[in-house]
Design a protein. Sequence first.
Lengths: 877, 125
Amino acid sequence: MNIQQKVSSGASGVSAVWEDKWIPSACTICYGGCSIRAHRVNGTVIKIEGNPDSPNGAGKLCAKGIAGIMILYDPNRVSTPLRRTNPEKGIGIDPGWKPIGWDEALKETIEKLAKARQEDPRQLVLQVTTTLAPSSLSIFFPFGWAFGTPNMWVAGGGVHCGNGAHAGGGVTHASWSVVPDFHHCNYAIYFGASKGHGAGHAATSNITLAADARDRGMRMVVVDPMCNFAAAKANEWVPIRVGTDAALALSMCNVLVNELNIVDREYLRDRTNGIYLTRADGKYARDKASGEPLVWNAKTGKAMPYNDPDAKDAALEGTFTIDGEECATGFTKLKEHLKTYTPEHAETITGIPAANIRRMAKEFGEAARVGSTIVIDGHTLPYRPASAIFFRGAQGHKNSMYNCFAIDLLNHIVGAADVVGGTLGFNPVCNGHPDTQRPRYKPRPDRDGLMAVGTWMLPHVPYPPADPRKPDSIGFTELFPLSHVSPLMASSDQEHWWKQFGLKYRPKVMLNYGANSMMSVGNKEAVAESLKRYDFIASFDLFLNEFSDFADIIFPDASYLEVLDPRPNFPFIFNHPAGMGEWGWPIRQPVSEPTGERRSARDVLLHIAYELGIGAEMNLAVNSFYGLDGEQMLDPEKKYDIAQICDHELRHKFGNERGLEWFKEHGVITWPKTVDEVYWRTFVDVRIPIYHEYLIDLGERTAEISNKAGMTFDMRYYGPLPEWLPCPSHEVTDTDFDLYAFYYRDAIQANGFTMQNPWIDEVARLDPYSYRIAINAETARKKGLRDNDVVWIESVKGRRVAGRIKATEGIHPEAIGIAACAGHWSKHQPIAKGKGIFFNELLEIDFEHTSPVNLNMDLCSKVRVYRHEDQSESCCG
Amino acid sequence: LTSAGTGNASSDLAQARERASDSVTLRILFMGVIAQFAGGKELMLDFGRGRTLRELLYELERRYGEEFGARIFRSTTPPRRLQMGMRIFINRKLIDEAALEQPLAFESESSPEILIYFLPAACGG
């Protein structure tokens, strides 16, 4: 830490500067968690910038991070505990907040929690946000486990985030997300993902990496309904009909496999289940003795288990007779399946000309240089400098799982997965710090030789999926084990399904941490009804907001600049930069002490746990969350504070000499990555599925349980090969509703809580799109609309939002693009109030609009657009 | 018997008997939501010496039924891996899947019992 004590004496002899410090910490305006250093002078933070000592941002910081200082000192923040005085709850109903003391607020909350725990601990719902870092949840999740509730909901952004993208990344890259290997990639095709363009995991690290790659000559193609942040910097923007990404990707795969024969056969044979033999019912042909999947040895003309030493000569293609039954390899079935996705057929779905689809597939396939190698640090490795990535956009639809699998299939066909130049998972392998070998994890082969992740963000991993079972939780994730976050937590049909499944309790108490589910999920009416079910809601908040209107107690939270956190960038599969370079483990530490009566939510929750008499459970749960063992385990019989837990975590990972005090001074520890960690696919003996056989059984078992409760769904979602399946918006037949509305993450607002930030607001007001509705210029002209007109956007369900339009050539003619999440109406956030459009109002929250395989919420809406009756200057900003 | 003893003759004798018997004493604590399916928070159980954790889990499933078993195991058919999120601590140490097949053991020679915690780390929303 750079500490200077400057003392200058003026004429009066009084010191003008008694403190001048740069304090290393971590940003948490979004979940990227970039490393920062804050300049504090005389007790006041005067500047925040990136920390050049850390690979997490490498000294760069985005506008949101720089503007974080305005959150710290915002006079609109909650400063004391509050109690509601108006028992009536609803949208726009004033709670009648009354300041109370901490003792009173805690006493009331603990009494409510104790009663719920006595009656049935599942009555408690923990609602948390992802707009903070996942490490911020490090006490909340253990609290839920200790309390005994399965009902923990990542409502802030998480429900829109990545049920498909994360599961897809987990199944095939052992990681939460994917990114091009920017150091070596020559051709990157983005399907709606904006990695390296302001949003997402490892945000500012990727900005630099992507810019350097573009400067080096990496060709970038962006498939997106709108030409915004990534597409604007790309070589080519490919406008696509909203929600049809899978059709394009599968068609490109078809061109590669069936027209161009650009296929990495060695990779498919050795690293995938493409060689596994499959029966007519779609399931594997298995060895009678071991139960292991069979492959066909072309040399001996015999079937054998996939892990037999002679299976290295297994046939990738062909149909063979096993016990009188014709069995084709997985790749053979895939190849045949892809034939249905001709470029001409895909053109009718996506709106992209067939010739362009063929051209892009050819460019991608040739760029992959199948068969080539490269030497890095003495290791000869496959060199596949082509990458196809996916995230929000492609994943934000009812069919998100297949959308992601289909796009990722491009990588696997050419062998460009976790090898040099290809698509990388975010750090699926870590050998640990050289002194301690911690943290240490890598994928391993699991059932049938397919890859299980080495580490994961949540207790339930994507593969192998658990057996589906009748749900305990109100979100039904046990019934849909490939899901992460469920919209049923706030859906309009939740009570119906709870009854149908015989759920023996109802949610009664909620603890909320920073999430504003009134705005972050879907239409506000459905969420409001779900919130009214609770007898008691306590909420940790920086600001009062739309959700707070339903709370009973408000705890004034400390901001990210006022708290301790031992692991802002861990797990590394989440938001540590991928590719070669350095590992970095920073901490978050207070750069300013909490003012007013604000307290860190995690300190408060720990206190509540001990007061509730669940301290032993809590300490064990914390041990589990942090992976603490040996002398750094928390003793179930003792009480700890957050600083002590941080110390345990840091000593556990980096040795006794590097506890909390060491990290407070140094801010970050770094060590070099190795080739076997970054390009691990060559070094770890695992296979990934290109034929998702496990989905067949999973679908059958899920249907067996759900059908008894009257919940039925389209079994095509559980097929072994990815399909393009239409969203509800694609099936609207009323021709009045002729446009697809979608939202995008505005780079200066993405993943954060910045609408109330005056610096960001100033930038947003200069941007012609941030607070307006993007519509194709020709489409607008046909509808008689002009730039800056006020319009209504109305869904087929009659939900509507108003805003001013921005006519542009940079959006698909059938699309309406809205920057989210805007349109606040709370009077407690005066900067945010009335700015932009509340897109989520257009979204239905029910099972019909939810994926029956991973509970992904459908995030597009078929709408009609018409002039607002009020065109005055005062309407809609 | 190599225990140094406690200095308390009756206690030492009890421990010696324990060591010499064919069974060990398990103190099992069901934490969080799993307690509902076990019908309580704590169980003292005499269990065959040298038997494995998997055998104990089967015994508990037999006692408490399918609902309990569904929260312990990922599937009802082999290989019956641990349910995702099910955390088991033996003598306060978090164990992994490999421990399923290992005999339950005392923390030290002087330990009067084997302490086992079950904690489901579920996220269902």
